[in-house]
Design a protein around this ligand. Structure first.
Ligand code: OXD
Ligand code: MN
Length: 598
């Protein structure tokens, strides 16, 4: 199957470990796709949806204990524990392999092992990375077809001795007590056993394109980030690009595919999607940072996605999509809470139980039909607003980097960092309330630097140092901003409408990058005044803008304590520059809190 001796040896080693009944190398052809789909339908792994309404699309249910990423079972295995750092779970490589082997041994007996050569980034681009995933899940194999470029062209590109990430995935017995997601960055290897959930099992995504790639990026002088990439086209046809990092389930897909408010559309503004989850950024020959999206599809959160919140995502999943853990309706369609329409008369919920909208449990509480982290997997090429440059091997030049999170209080709608190093501090101190994409308590605030806390494959202190170093190496760096769409009033109502109206903030950000928009200097950075954003056509309650743009020094001081404790975890390895930024912010806050003498 391959002329690559090391690849052949590794596949037979893994075959001896997992003992599948057969090994099938996937070539990526249409005939192969049809065959896999038929097999998965026959085994019940997939259900074919109504071909008239959902051509080429399927439904899948994962095990009820296997519906989100399991960060507590995710490890970075380095020889030296400090290289994984305090934000990662750590095992020595020997112990990682030992525990992984225990679960993988013989786990594929009675099953087929698929060999999937895949490329993150377009095949053949000098910026792409190749992986080979072994898996005993057809759902995973078919999802990898959507999320990556895979098959024969990748094997050809790999040649006889190309570098690749060894990715072993096995469902084993889907027992949460026998589940491990192991990364061995020093060996360019990933082992994921005991889970079939996308974030744990589609190894090209979080495992390779973030954890392993972030390690490679540091060594090779680039950035692998948990960021969407979008382009804003103005009425003159000029397109400027931004990247934005938000923790999981904070609306990256919606922002990436945003439709500007009507007034802007009428003037000729458009948004083009390059990617919705991952960006790889490199220094271009023009001294700017350029970004590529290494993925080929979207793995988006379904609940809340509808034709009003994200018409483009709805169009992207109209055909050739896979839906996981949503409601399966009696007429072969799908639905989820916050989807289009009131829901089906009857259907099956994400666990396959009879379900209807408005269903209540014995205590009278509503029973959702779709899991809150249910997903759609859809090819990026289906998206009506996909950028003409989304497969450009060089990527697109980045004008602004945006950090954000979900905060009911504290963080204003938008602010701009004073410079790159301050921007790194802003990213490093970002925090968010927990969502359904991770196992844990919903709503709890956790620090999530650059939205990379669960995805940085090495010591985050070194990651911050790498960001600071990139600032020194990039002659024309993007400006850095922070946004928060999720501020609430005392009654728990959102202050900002979000979705398409976020365009108003993007427009201000890009105008700042061009030196064309006004801002006021505050202790935390540059903020627009209430009149500096274009709010035409938007009716906000009186005083909402003032509240959205307020900086309350006492709240920021309290936040500073949390930041100090977080930074303290990294000890002497944390770059001094971040402590210097922290001190400078505290001093600016003190000055802002003192009554002015004028
Ligand atoms: C995702 C995540 O699936 O961040 O993108 O969890
Ligand atoms: Mn993500």
């Amino acid at each position: 199957m391959t002329t690559h001796a090391k690849l052949a040896v590794w596949v037979s080693q893994m075959e001896r470990l997992c003992r599948p009944d057969r090994v099938v190398w996937l070539d990526g052809s249409e005939a192969e796709k049809t065959r896999l789909e038929a097999e998965a339908v026959a085994s019940g792994e997939l259900i074919r949806l109504d071909p008239a309404r959902h051509p080429g699309s399927f439904y899948h249910r994962s095990a009820p204990n296997d519906v989100s990423r399991t960060e507590h079972l995710t490890y970075v295995c380095t020889r030296n524990q400090d290289d994984a750092g305090p934000a990662n779970n750590w095992l020595s490589p020997a112990e990682g392999y030992r525990r992984g082997e225990e679960i993988a041994r013989g786990s594929m007996s009675g099953r087929t092992m698929y060999v999937i050569p895949f490329s993150m980034g377009v095949v053949g681009s000098p910026f792409s990375k190749i992986g080979v995933q072994l898996t005993d899940s057809i759902y995973v194999a078919l999802s990898m077809r959507i999320m990556t470029r895979m098959g024969r062209p990748v094997l050809e590109q790999l040649g006889a001795d190309g570098e690749f990430t060894r990715c072993l995935h096995g469902k084993a017995d889907l027992d949460i007590n026998r589940r491990l997601i192991l990364h061995f960055p020093e060996d360019n290897t990933i082992w994921s056993v005991g889970s079939g959930y996308g974030g744990n099992a589609l190894l090209g995504k979080k495992c390779l394109s973030l954890r392993i790639a972030s390690w490679l990026a540091r060594r090779e002088g680039w950035l692998a980030e948990h960021m969407l990439i979008l382009g804003v086209e103005d009425p003159q046809g000029r397109v400027e690009y931004v990247t934005a990092a938000f923790p999981s389930a904070c609306g990256k897909t919606n922002l990436a595919m945003l439709i500007p408010p009507e007034g802007f559309r009428a003037k000729g503004y458009k948004v083009w999607t390059v990617g919705d989850d991952i960006a790889w950024l490199r220094l271009g020959t023009d001294g700017r940072l350029w970004a590529v999206n290494p993925e080929a599809g979207f793995f988006g959160v379904a609940p809340g996605t509808n034709s009003r919140s994200n018409l483009n995502a709805m169009a992207a999943m109209r055909r050739d999509a896979i839906f996981t853990n949503v409601v399966l309706t009696e007429d072969g369609s799908v639905w989820w809470e916050g989807g289009d329409g009131p829901g089906p008369r009857a259907g099956l919920d994400w666990q396959g139980r009879p379900w209807h909208p408005g269903q209540k449990d014995a205590q009278g509480r509503p029973v959702p039909g779709a899991h809150p982290n249910s997903r759609f997997t859809a090819p990026a090429r289906n998206c009506p607003c996909i950028s003409a440059h989304w497969e450009d091997p060089q990527g697109v030049p980045i004008s602004a980097i945006i950090f954000g999170g979900r905060r009911e209080r504290l963080a204003p709608l938008v602010y701009e960092a004073f410079d790159w190093n301050h921007g790194v501090y802003v990213g490093a101190t970002a925090a968010s309330e927990r969502t359904a994409a991770q196992v844990g308590t919903l709503g709890e605030v956790r620090r999530d630097p650059m939205a990379m806390l669960p995805f940085c494959g090495y010591n985050m202190a070194d990651y911050f140092a790498h960001w600071l170093e990139m600032g020194r190496r990039v002659p024309r760096p993007p400006k850095i901003f922070h946004v928060n769409w999720f501020g609430k009033d005392e009654d728990g109502r959102f202050l900002w409408p979000g979705f398409g109206d976020n365009f108003r903030v993007l427009e201000w950000i890009l105008a700042r990058c061009r030196g064309e928009a006004r801002a006021r200097e505050t202790a935390i950075g540059y903020l627009p005044g209430a009149g500096d954003l274009d709010l035409e056509g938007l009716r906000l309650p009186a005083g909402a803008m003032e509240r959205l743009l307020a900086v309350r020094p006492e709240e920021w001081r309290a936040e500073g304590e949390g930041v100090k404790a977080f930074f303290g975890r990294f000890g002497a390895r944390l770059p001094q520059e971040l402590w210097r930024q922290h001190e400078a912010l505290q001093q600016r806050l003190d000055a802002a809190a003192r009554p002015s003498r004028r």
